[in-house]
Design a binder for this molecule. Sequence first.
Ligand SMILES: [Zn+2]
Ligand SMILES: [Zn+2]
Length: 476
Amino acid sequence: MQGHDVALICSADDHQSYLVRKAEALGMTPDDAADMFTDDIERTLSLASIEVDAFTRPRRSPNHATFVRSFFMEAAARGLIEARDYPSFACPTCERTLYDFDAVGRCGYCGAACDGGLCEECGRLIGAGSLVEPRCGRCGTTPNVVPTRRLVLLISQLERELSDFHASPRSRPHTHGLWKAFLADGLPDTPISIESTWGVPVDVPGFDSHRWWVWAEMGPGYIATTATLGEEWEDVWREANAEIVQFFGYDNSPFQILLHPALLLAHGGYRLPDHFIVNEFYLLDGSKFSSTRNHAVWGVDILSNVPVDVVRYFLAATGPETEQTNFTLREFQNRVNHELAGELEHCIRLTATGSGVRTGLVANLVNRAQMVGAALEPQAFSMRQATALWADMVREAARAEDATPEERAQALSLLASTAAPLMPEFAARLWGVLGSPGDLRTHPWGTPASTAAVDAMPAEPWFAAVSDAQLAASQR
Ligand SMILES: [Zn+2]
Ligand SMILES: [Zn+2]
C-alpha cells in the first residue's frame, strides 16, 4: 500500500535440541512432534490473518539442508570457523554432554535463573563458563567441565566489522544496549557445532557425529527460505537497494544481532539486515506466559471465539514494544467494547447532514494517515503508535459534525484504507460498502477514494461487543 514490494518469510524451528527431549516426553518421534507443533503455528497464523509468503519447515524444505551445508562450508573455507577444544558440561550420572538447555542454573552475568545456551533476562549467551550453580536438567547432578572438540565461530575477530554495522542503531534501545554490553564483555567466540543426530549434518572432516547448532543454522536458513520464492528474492540478500527487516522477541537478540551477522560476515557473500524489530515479553495477568503451567491464552482458542480483527487491534495497541506489557482478557474486552463496538461503530453510523461548510475533515485525515504510514516504516516501526493514531482518526471523524455526505464518505474511505494492515477484514468490508473503486491493497496510501456518499449502511453491527461468555471460552 505504501508502494514497497514486500515478502514476509518465516521458518519453523524443526531442529531445536530440546525438541528431541519434548518428543520423548510426549511418546512421539521428533519428526511427528515437530510437525504437530508447526501445524499449530501455521493454523494460528492463518486464523490471525497473517499471510506469510514463504513458510518453510527445514526438515521438509527441498533446498534447506543443501543450502545450509554449503553456506557453512563456504564460510569455513574463509578461515573464521575453527576446530577448538571448548569447555562443556558433562553429567557423570547420565554420562552425557550437556548442551544448551540440558544444563540449568543461574546466569553468571545477571544472576537470574536460566538454562544453558541463553539467559532470557539479560540476553547473554550462556556456556559452561557463565552458568553459575550448574545442574543437570535431567537428574540434578552437578556436572563436570570437560573440553569437547567443537567448531567455533571466531566472532571476536569480527569486532571492527560488527562495530561498524551497529554504529547506527538498527533496533529499539534495549537491544542496541545489549550490543554495547556484548562489546564491553568482549565478543564471544561461539561454538556452532554440537554432537548430535538431530539437525543439519556437518561436512567438515572429523565432525561426522556433529550437527550445526540450530541457532546458527537459522541464519543461513533465512536465506534458504527467501530463495524458495525464486532467484530474484534470494538476490535481496545481495542487493544494496533492498531492505531486510527482522522481527523477533528480545530473548532471541543474541542470535539475531550478533551470531547471524557474524556468520554472514564470515561467509562474505551476503549483505546484513537493515532493521531489527524486537518485542519484549508480553505478560499474562502480571506473569510470564507458560504453557507448562497452562498460564496462557492460546491463539487458536481466542481466535476461534472472537473476530480476528479485534484480537489484532488489541495486540497491536498493547504489544510490548519497548517494555514488558500486560495482557488481561478483561482489558481486552473493555477496550474492544469501548473503542470498536462503541466509538468506531458510532463514527461509521453518523449521518452527515452538513450544509457544505468545509470542515477540513478530509485534509486533516490525510495528514493523520501519513503519520500512521510513518509509524509503519521500519525506522520507527510501532504498531502501538499506528493504532493510537488510527483511533485518533476515528475520533476526529466523529467530531466533524458539519461534514457533507461526500466528505464523510471520503473520510470513511481513509479510515478503511489505513485500517487495512491492522484489521484487514473490517477494512475490506468498509471499502466494499463505500463502493470505493480499485483494490484496497494497491490503493495509494493516505489518499481518499473518489467515492460517492453512502445511501444506506448495513444494519448488522461492524463490531459486536465481546461478551463474558466469549472471554470464558477463550481460555482453556
Ligand atoms: Zn542474565
Ligand atoms: Zn544427569
